[in-house]
Design a protein around this ligand. Structure first.
Ligand SMILES: NC(=O)C1=CN([C@@H]2O[C@H](COP(=O)(O)OP(=O)(O)OC[C@H]3O[C@@H](n4cnc5c(N)ncnc54)[C@H](O)[C@@H]3O)[C@@H](O)[C@H]2O)[C@@H](O)CC1
Ligand SMILES: [K+]
Length: 458
């Protein structure tokens, strides 16, 4: 599990550890990890030209000490101080002692920029002077210290000019901004340097392959199809019969014992998935809404009558007007979530974490907000982010496959929070496998799912 903590949690854990350690020891650990990451990024240190952007706080201190270490290994290190009177005194002395220099501004194009403008103490976007300096450096790759300066660390929002990093080196634990978009996009690859902090439960987590394997429903030796669970799909319509096929494809990957289908695309479903039972009957979970058109509201009423857990997708989300009486997973994209909360889509995209949490609270169920980093928010406040999945996954029908897959996990016995986060991880991993760096279609994602499960279980 990857864990991301809030600034308040990090500060408390750091204070507790610092009280037990010699002064400055934590910063030395952080700076050593940072210097190592810069060398790894450049592939060398001797002769490399490194420019440090140094702000007023300890984030700048990390940059200065790392710069001193790089200068000690033969790099040419220069530092621009954005708040000269507040720059970290010890770090500045160390840099100078190692042969580094303070300069008023970049004098030539460096090989790498180290962004030590602000870290977890930052408020708002970059100030104008810093923004101009960063813009002037153009395409020079940036290694960000702790967080890319200018992003909101606890929410993942971006409210002004910010640094776009190639690599972000963070300390002690991940921060929310490393997992939640749009800030996560500004981080590039994230490296964690362990500081030995003692941390409380995380604000946001991200499942890793081992976590998903442990939660994957695996048949008992004595299993039969009904003990493994039956998932029902109420999706598709005369207008959107393909959505039924794709939703069924996501459900029929072998993770449950049986799939039922009810909707307007019987013949097509039967032709493409002969193993699927067409017609109503007992199920452990229903998936409702993908391509359901105007029939989605009636499909939702019928599914609710069975009293089993639900996945609500697409048109069924529009039919939702009150908290549901059964455990449920809602799977909106940003536009659908915006309609559910009566806000603009741009607002949802700018504050994905805030809106996913708000919807989970308002509707009293788990909300899976689809995106580059999909978020799964529980009404109790827990959030999981899915960071696997290539951009090729942004393709028509991929959401139908996801809804079917999550439904099969619900029917197999996972709760909506686990079904949403495991389903979204498998979906992203299957897309990566199907894509292999190239384009894909939604059906390819469903087809790759058994392969992904097999690799996890191997
Ligand atoms: N506390 C610790 O023991 C450790 C802290 N570390 C580093 O310390 C950082 C936190 O240090 P600080 O608490 O000093 O905070 P920061 O260095 O992140 O920033 C605080 C300073 O930046 C100014 N500032 C805030 N927003 C700004 C903006 N938008 N533009 C320009 N200036 C702005 C503030 O006025 C303040 O002077 C971490 O991110 C990490 O890099 C690491 O050395 C590990 C150990
Ligand atoms: K930074």
């Amino acid at each position: 599990m990857r864990s991301a903590h809030t600034v308040e949690q990090v500060r408390a854990a750091e204070a507790e550890l610092m009280a037990r350690m010699p002064e400055g020891a934590l910063m030395q650990r952080a700076a050593a990890g940072l210097a190592y990451a810069v060398v790894e990024f450049l592939g060398r240190s001797y002769g490399a030209r490194v420019l440090l952007l140094v702000g007023a706080g300890n984030n700048g201190g990390d940059a200065l000490y790392a710069g001193a270490m790089l200068a000690g290994r033969g790099a040419g290190v220069e530092a621009v101080l954005l708040a000269p009177e507040h720059a970290h005194a010890g770090g500045l002395a160390a840099l100078r002692a190692a042969g580094g220099r303070v300069v008023p501004g970049p004098r030539s194009t460096p090989d790498v920029v180290v962004d030590g403008i602000v870290g977890i103490g930052g408020q708002g976007g970059l100030r104008p002077e810093a923004a101009a300096l960063v813009a002037g450096l153009g395409d020079v790759p940036v290694v960000a210290v702790d967080t890319p300066s200018g992003v909101d660390v606890d929410t993942g929002r971006i409210e002004g000019p910010h640094v776009q990093a190639a690599v972000t080196v963070t300390f002690g634990t991940h921060k929310v901004a490393h997992l939640v978009d749009p800030a996560a996009r500004a981080c590039g690859a994230v490296h964690l340097v362990d500081l030995g902090l003692d941390l409380p439960p995380a604000a946001v987590t991200a499942l890793q392959a081992g976590d998903v394997t442990a939660m994957l429903p695996v048949p008992e030796p004595t299993a039969h199809k009904y003990t493994r669970g039956v998932v029902g799909v109420r999706a598709g319509s005369q207008t959107y019969p393909g959505a039924a096929v794709l939703c069924v494809a996501g459900a029929a990957t072998g993770l449950v014992g049986m799939v039922r289908y009810v909707g307007g695309a019987d013949d097509l479903v039967h032709a493409t998935h002969p193993e699927v039972v067409v017609g109503a009957g007992q199920v452990q979970a229903w998936v409702v809404g993908s391509g359901g058109g105007e029939g989605a509201a009636a499909a939702l009423r019928e599914a609710l009558a069975d009293g089993v857990p639900l996945v609500l997708d697409a048109d069924a989300l529009a039919a939702l007007d009150a908290p549901l009486p059964v455990p449920a997973l809602l799977t909106p994209h940003a536009g659908e979530l915006a309609r559910m909360l009566d806000v603009d889509r741009t607002e949802v995209e700018a504050d994905q974490l805030g809106h996913a949490r708000k919807a989970a609270d308002r509707f009293g169920c788990v909300v899976l907000l689809k995106g580059r980093h999909t978020l799964v928010a529980h009404p109790d406040g827990r959030v999981r982010a899915t960071t696997v999945g290539p951009p090729w996954l942004a393709t028509a029908g991929a959401g139908d496959v996801l809804a079917g897959l999550c439904g099969s996990l619900l029917a197999a016995g996972l709760d909506p929070f686990d079904a949403g986060s495991v389903g979204s991880w498998l979906h992203g991993a299957a897309a990566a496998a199907a894509s292999a760096g190239g384009p894909l279609q939604a059906g390819d994602v469903a087809a790759a799912l058994p392969r992904v499960c097999r690799a996890l279980l191997a």
